[in-house]
Design a binder for this molecule. Structure first.
Ligand code: NAP
Length: 283
């Protein structure tokens, strides 16, 4: 079964558009997402454009603040301070990566926790660890929604997450653990990775290596969630971390790239924006 993130996204967006309409009528303004973009990296510009279009389609107000790559850390912190203090702003997203002269950790920590729409703030990370209600990072949230969409009963399953980044691998592993899977986290120093991934009943891959997971690394019937977004070095087309054509026949469920977890990430960002708006209205 190929699980389309596009289809699930479309359904979630239709529901959210209705929700935003009702909330805007009730509270006299729409949820407001502000994206801060430093510099003009083409990939970042394209992600920001995608977020802006998705917001508009749902009736969410979107502001993109563009700053020159030469902006100082202090100036950027000043921009965030203003947004933190603006009661008309619900979500603040700092488009990463930031230029090297800016300390990203410091900038992320400067966003107010209740406006941290990406779920990257240290207090949100801590709340996730402590199983407290929090804003979840969007891609891990997308993985969990796709598993739900596929009707996967996670409890008791052996899950392997390949990749241990703060934004994808680690939070996905925690969410799977909280859903009572038995979780293994693999990474670039894992010995005999194939023997680890073959143990997986649920395999989540977030490493950033085109078509790295081959058919021999996956057991029959595995549920495969491919987070990777890469360019195929041969065709130049978008591809995942999983060799889709080779792995799909063995997998019971698999997500495609493109059209899998990518659309879900933006949809979850919209979800988080609406949830923060609700919180700011005292709901
Ligand atoms: P990252 O910060 O670069 O982390 C990559 C992780 O993969 C690291 O933990 C690294 O291990 C591990 N790794 C690298 N090579 C490996 C190998 N050969 N074997 C086993 N593990 C290996 O990347 P990320 O930000 O998590 O992103 C991962 C992928 O997901 C990228 O393709 C990115 O574009 C994509 N992504 C997609 C979305 C979406 O919306 N769909 C969102 C975010 C990211 P070490 O820790 O040992 O270095």
């Amino acid at each position: 079964m190929i699980i389309s993130g596009k289809d699930l996204s479309a359904r979630m967006k239709a529901e959210m558009a209705e929700e935003v309409k009702q909330l805007s009528e009730k509270y006299g303004r729409a949820p407001h997402l502000v994206v801060v973009l430093v510099g003009d990296d083409p990939a970042s510009v394209s992600y920001v454009t995608g977020k802006s279009k998705a917001s508009e389609a749902l009736g969410i107000r979107n502001t993109t603040i563009r700053k020159d790559v030469s902006i100082s850390e202090e100036e950027l912190l000043g921009v965030i301070d203003d947004l933190n203090n603006d009661p008309g702003v619900d979500g603040i997203l700092i488009q990463l990566p930031l230029p090297k002269h800016i300390n990203s950790d410091r900038v992320i920590a400067a966003v107010r926790q209740d406006k941290d729409v990406d779920g990257f703030h240290p207090l949100n990370v801590a709340d996730l660890q402590l199983k407290r209600p929090c804003t979840l990072p969007c891609t891990p949230m997308g993985v969990m929604l796709m598993l739900k969409e596929a009707g996967i009963d996670i409890q008791g399953k052996r899950a392997v997450v390949v990749g241990r980044s703060n934004i994808v691998g680690l939070p996905v592993a925690k969410l799977l653990l909280d859903a009572n899977a038995t979780v293994t986290i693999a990474h670039s120093r894992t010995k005999d990775l194939a023997s680890v991934t073959r143990e997986a009943e649920i395999l989540v891959v977030a490493i950033g290596r085109p078509k790295f997971i081959t058919a021999d690394m996956v057991s029959e019937g595995t549920v495969v969630m491919d987070v990777g977004v890469n360019r195929d070095p041969v065709t130049g087309k978008l591809c995942g971390d999983v060799d889709f054509d080779a792995v799909a026949p063995k997998a019971s469920v698999i997500t495609p790239v493109p059209g899998g977890l990518g659309p879900m990430t933006i949809t979850c960002l919209m979800r988080n924006t609406i949830d923060l708006f609700r919180r700011h209205q005292g709901e």
